[in-house]
Design a protein. Structure first.
Length: 112
């Protein structure tokens, strides 16, 4: 768990489970606001449920990044958690990959 500067322009976040997820998302949002020049990969490996407040924080982070032309990519999302995104219609808004290496490679190949 934690926040890592994967490269000059990519932040990798190993999300903790609820209720610590809210604190981690706040920290990531603050870092993005300070830097303003990065993409974010969120690893959901330790996440089993996503609360409405975390969904709200993820939407705010996505908007912040999109407004600057950057991307938010989710990886290792469990089927039950992905179901939450599907039921709420948020699966069409967020970007998903199977694992963090696919996400990181995809971001590094696309000029940002």
């Amino acid at each position: 768990m934690g926040i890592q500067n994967w490269s000059e322009d990519i932040i990798l976040v190993d999300l903790p489970s609820e209720p610590q997820m809210a604190d981690e998302l706040s920290a990531v949002t603050e870092i993005v606001c300070d830097r303003g020049d990065c993409d974010v990969v969120m690893d959901f490996s330790s996440v089993d449920i996503v609360t409405s407040s975390s969904l709200s924080a993820l939407l705010k982070l996505r908007k912040l990044l999109a407004d600057c032309g950057h991307r938010l990519v989710f990886c290792n999302v469990a089927a039950a958690t992905k179901g939450i995104f599907s039921i709420t219609g948020l699966d069409a808004i967020f970007e998903f990959t199977d694992d963090k290496f696919v996400a990181l490679a995809g971001l590094q190949m696309v000029p940002g």
